[in-house]
Design a protein. Structure first.
Length: 285
């Protein structure tokens, strides 16, 4: 697959941090804001971006603070709201860069999906037409590791920037071994997080679950059936608490966490489902 050309720029976050952004494709149908996962960056979603651009969508997104080519301590925020405020301001930035009549959707993976959900709960629709989430980080896997969780809590008493390696196996991300190896070798990816960074994610995930009733934007969440990074059961609990007819959930049996980076035979149906949802949601707006 030939890589798409893209435009690079920066936008100013709420604290004037300059976050790195990319934009691909022409917005024949609309604009998709993509939010990457924990430890990732925009460039790790090349197959999804290519599929969306081929079907008439412009894709734009930014490397979250402390990720990729954006500044900030790796895997660290003091408050999860920093991520949410960055997204809110990025939506405003996108509206300035594109014609105002173009429909706008947000697609988030892993941490990016959690950021989108929490932001929508706190700030409303932000003028978006729909949200698509891939394996949202509603139950971080570290919660299953009692010893590491205890060490994190102890370490956090001394320093909020104390670090630990994220404890999931990289092979739990995808059946595509070439992609797994590429992610492992990518110098812009990391698998460490700070005490405060993890605590902020855990707290945000808990609040997102408790406030599921506040989700009002039509949403589609795709969940891997064999997810060892987050919990499909927690997503089910979230879905049960959302208002009627707001959220659609599809589970993909046998898939690993990074649905958009699965083997071609697996990610193909995922892309078709996403594009079908976007076509129906954006073109009807």
């Amino acid at each position: 697959m030939t890589d798409l050309s893209f435009q690079e720029t920066f936008f100013s976050a709420h604290d004037q941090l300059r976050l790195y952004t990319r934009t691909w494709g022409e917005p024949h149908k609309g604009i998709v804001l993509f939010l990457h996962g924990l430890g990732d960056h925009q460039g790790t979603a090349r197959y999804l971006v290519h599929a969306l651009a081929q079907r008439g969508y412009s894709v734009t997104g930014y490397d979250a603070r402390g990720h990729g080519q954006s500044p900030g301590k790796r895997g660290h925020v003091m408050q999860f709201d920093e991520y949410c405020e960055d997204l809110r301001l990025f939506v405003q930035d996108v509206r300035k860069r594109f014609p105002s009549d173009l429909p706008l959707a947000v697609v988030g993976y892993d941490l990016g999906a959690l950021v989108a959900l929490r932001t929508l709960q706190q700030h409303g629709s932000l003028g978006l037409q729909t949200f698509v989430g891939l394996s949202p980080l509603l139950h971080p896997s570290l919660s299953h590791h009692l010893l590491q969780t205890t060490l994190f809590r102890l370490g956090g008493r001394f320093s909020p920037t104390w670090r630990i390696v994220w404890p999931h196996d990289e092979h739990a991300l995808s059946h595509d071994l070439d992609i797994v190896e590429a992610l492992r070798r990518d110098p812009l990816c990391f698998r460490e997080i700070t005490t405060r960074g993890l605590r902020s994610i855990q707290d945000a995930a808990a609040q997102t679950l408790l406030q599921a009733h506040r989700l009002a934007l039509p949403s589609f969440v795709l969940q891997s059936g064999e997810d060892r990074v987050t919990s499909a059961l927690t997503l089910q609990r979230f879905a049960e608490r959302t208002p009627p007819r707001v959220l659609r959930v599809t589970v993909y049996p046998g898939y690993f966490h990074a649905l958009h980076n699965e083997t071609p035979d697996r990610r193909g149906p995922v892309f078709e489902d996403i594009i079908h949802w976007l076509d129906e949601s954006l073109l009807a707006s």
